[in-house]
Ligand binder design. Structure first.
Ligand SMILES: Nc1ncnc2c1ncn2[C@@H]1O[C@H](COP(=O)(O)OP(=O)(O)OP(=O)(O)O)[C@@H](O)[C@H]1O
Ligand SMILES: [Mg+2]
Length: 258
């Protein structure tokens, strides 16, 4: 059986997954940076090296993510919506709703009983409700974005952040810090703000069935819990939530090869 690859060039992170049959041979993640093509090449090269195979050994490559046009050797370029849907339903077939919160956009995808995308909603116009919002705010708080969720969990209540706009919310956070508001309460307020944006999107698509949370922000325990509280459901987070799109792309590459 020929190995295949899926590459997801996201605004924040580039991911590559090498699949052989049902087995993930290797994967690689790295920051996308300014040159999406170089990063895509490098991520694939790392994953191939780890899998112990060459580019010529691959049966097919499918590319996704905003930088998918930068993968010249891709047999097909597929939207993130399709790839996330495919990846999520392969990981957990009962999934009917996928919430993906990435670096630059957030999306809610509805899957039918066969795992096909039947509806979706995407916010790619505004940083609020995305990982970028949290990155900006982590900068203001002088912490790493990866530590923001754990910090939020220490708070008993979240600071009220009323602006939905990232730029205004940043000023609010600066003001809260100046007034001596504890950082953990600000962190919780920020996680709540992201969860509130996503709740609005989920309600528009309609909450159904098992819900999977994907993308880098799924690693933020504060956002995950805030979203679970708001939606009143348990969210399923796969072990590598950032890889779901690349995994879906690899599965589509496997289909091309069948
Ligand atoms: N270890 C971590 N803990 C918490 N949050 C994280 C961690 N790593 C990344 N993130 C969050 O995930 C975001 C990036 O998510 P992801 O890698 O899914 O984005 P992307 O796919 O490149 O973006 P997009 O799909 O919007 O183009 C970052 O902005 C950050 O908020
Ligand atoms: Mg993404």
């Amino acid at each position: 059986m020929l190995a295949v690859a899926g590459i997801d060039i996201g605004s924040a992170t580039t991911k590559a997954v090498i699949l052989e049959g049902n087995k993930i041979l290797a994967f690689h993640l790295e920051p996308t940076g300014a040159n999406a093509k170089e990063t895509g090449d490098r991520a694939l090269a790392f994953a191939l090296q780890e899998a112990g195979i060459d580019l010529a050994d691959l049966g097919a490559i499918v590319a996704t993510g905003y930088g998918r046009i930068s993968v010249p050797f891709a047999r097909r370029r597929v939207t993130e919506i399709t790839c996330h849907g495919r990846g999520a339903s392969a990981l957990f077939p009962a999934t009917r709703t996928v919430i993906d919160i990435g670096g630059q956009d957030s999306k809610v995808i509805r899957l039918d009983a066969g795992g096909m995308v039947s509806d979706f909603i995407m916010n790619d116009k505004c940083a609020a409700g995305t990982g970028r919002f949290l990155e900006v705010m982590a900068g203001v708080l002088e912490i790493r974005v990866a530590d923001l969720g754990a910090l939020a969990l220490k708070a008993r209540r979240g600071a009220a952040i009323s602006s939905t706009c990232t730029v205004f919310a940043e000023s609010e956070v600066v003001g809260l810090i100046a007034r001596g508001c504890p950082k953990e309460e600000i962190a919780l307020g920020l996680c709540e703000a992201v969860a509130a944006r996503l709740e609005g999107m989920v309600r528009r698509v309609g909450l159904e069935g098992e819900v999977m949370l994907t993308g880098g922000v799924a690693l933020n325990e504060g956002v995950r819990r805030a979203l679970e509280r708001r939606l009143g459901v348990k969210l399923r987070v796969p072990p590598q939530p950032q890889l779901v799109g690349a995994y879906g792309a690899a599965l589509l590459a496997r289909d091309l090869n069948a």
